[in-house]
Design a protein. Structure first.
Length: 291
């Protein structure tokens, strides 16, 4: 089953259910079974975002399954979900910085075990502080933690969003501004089409503006954060542009299905295949017109 782009299916990304992408089809939430299913449908990897807070036995099982199948592991969130809110990325106190580094080291070790190359930074705000001072401190912490990530051979990638409450980075421009302040080669950007659209931005124009900062592309259609082709976003145009610009990394399918049952998963997977074929055709057409 040949795909044009290097997709990952997810093992559960959104709280509180953390439902794996093919839960109904696989008939289990066992992450190893989902790695095996991803391999069977030709995926390039899996997205295992909360791996750093999973049990050692589960992580080892997923790691072994990835190794056996030859699949890659997508990004891992640098902080546990319970530690994400309230502004840990803006805390420059010795205690706060020490706790942040401890989380990043733990996540980096997990990422290394799984063969992942990126840590995701979800930057929440301290509700008792003004944004300007928080952005300065967040940039300093991102610079320092990008250094820690780089020491483990990893990239630290910030992900702006408004879908979760209390976020500091609620526009792509604010995330890029923070990266420019952080000024570290291992500090990059996650471009999630669903988040970009939900922040009220034009995904095509924004992608073009920030491409040089992007470490990872994540696809979700909108409205509803559903599979590519089930919404109204110009994802074929965006993905074809990414290929034209030289993007060859993983493409995380970080979305739910239009219908969350076995039939809906099958129909959704067919829709993703149609999307992938459309991207292939768009790239071929653009290449032909340039030659």
């Amino acid at each position: 089953m040949s795909w044009f782009l290097r997709y990952t299916s997810h093992l559960g990304y959104f709280p509180p259910e953390f439902r794996p992408q093919f839960a109904a089809t696989v008939g289990s939430n066992d992450p190893v079974a989902h790695v095996e299913y991803a391999a069977s449908i030709g995926m390039s990897g899996v997205l295992y975002p909360w791996a750093a807070e999973r049990s050692d036995s589960e992580v080892r099982g997923v790691g072994n399954a990835l190794s056996a199948s030859g699949l890659a592991c997508g990004c891992i969130v640098g902080l546990p979900l319970t530690a994400t809110f309230g502004g840990p990325w803006v805390d420059r106190s010795p205690t706060g910085r020490s706790a942040l580094e401890k989380h990043i080291v733990t996540a980096a070790k997990t990422a290394t075990l799984l063969g992942a190359s990126r840590l995701a930074a979800i930057v929440s705000a301290d509700p008792n502080r003004d944004n300007d001072s928080q952005l300065e401190d967040a940039a300093a912490n991102v610079h320092d933690m990008a250094g820690v990530a780089a020491d483990h051979g990893l990239v630290l990638a910030v992900e702006p969003m408004c879908i979760l409450p209390g976020m500091l980075l609620t526009s792509t421009a604010s995330a890029v501004g923070l990266l420019q302040r952080a000024d570290h080669p291992a500090a990059r950007l996650i471009f999630d089409t669903g988040h970009v659209a939900s922040m009220g931005e034009d995904i095509i124009a924004t992608f073009s503006d920030v491409y040089d900062h992007i470490a990872l592309l994540q696809l979700a259609d909108d409205p509803g954060r559903v599979e590519p082709g089930a919404g109204t976003l110009p994802l074929v145009e965006l993905a074809a542009d990414a290929v034209r610009r030289g993007y060859a990394g993983l493409v995380d399918l970080e979305h739910e299905w239009s219908a969350p049952d076995a039939e809906g998963e099958k129909a959704g997977l067919d829709r993703v295949r149609a999307f992938d074929d459309a991207v292939r055709s768009a790239v071929a057409a653009a290449t032909a017109s340039e030659s």
